[in-house]
Design a protein around this ligand. Sequence first.
Ligand code: HSE
Length: 309
Amino acid sequence: MNELKIFVPATIANVSCGFDVLGLALDTVGDEMTIRKVSEKGIKITKILGQDLPLETHKNVAGVAALALLTKANCDFGFEIEINKCIKPGSGIGSSAASSAGAVWAMNELLGKPFTITDLVKFAMEGERLASGVAHADNVAPALFGGFTLVRSYEPLDILSIHTPKELYATVIHPQIEIKTSDARNILKATVPLKDAIKQWGNLGGLISGLYTEDYDLIGRSLEDYIIEPIRSILIPAFESVKQEAKNAGALGCGISGSGPSIFALSKGKKTALSVANAMKLVYNKVGIDYDIHVSKVNTKGIKILDSK
Ligand code: HSE
């Protein structure tokens, strides 16, 4: 195999109560990438469609992640990367993570899988470091593992795959503004009051338990963020109305996707997820804000091969 064309899923990080540790992969939205072996050593980004992003390897998140892998691999050839970006940068659904994760995943396949998925997460985190200044793993881990993932520890890196209930659907609305993850992180407070931490870790435990036992009510009760959302939600137009209407339409819970501005809701079943989408759209139609909207099952497979040569 010399060339792989892959689908790399968009991801929802944090999932309300799990800032920097919890994430999930989506099924119907993602990037396409082609990675091929070439005789010339090193990494070359040869084409980027859909977005205006740097082609220079050191300035591109996919390039930086690929270089991180290459320094640990023993190979006398190189790789070319083409990216068809369907996930808009600054949308809050893991755009930089998809490029970083896709590059290293495909390279590992083409090399005969010398690395574990957790190794690949580590390489892809270097792309996240370039994008936001912080090597967080809560988007790249679900992109690479699929389903829900929990970063139990960063040092050493310990990532757990979490069970995904079969009927769980996500609705994601993206108001057409861009929020840089670095900006959304800079406004956060460095310390957390103990009373908020108690509520938050109660919810994170509850959510993990709800996912394993497929207890949708428990999942809904646990989807609350007492620490990050109160600060970041002021950056997102009509956030409280979208959240309220999503819940009125039957969503189990609703919150900020990653660092925003996208807002996600989780629902039991596709029918409810579609009703939630309509309710969210109505809010933005009323206030006159443009948006993209996605309804997707949670993607338990992660990255998919579309073609190989
Ligand atoms: N956990 C990160 C943040 C995710 O919220 O800043 C960014 O997509």
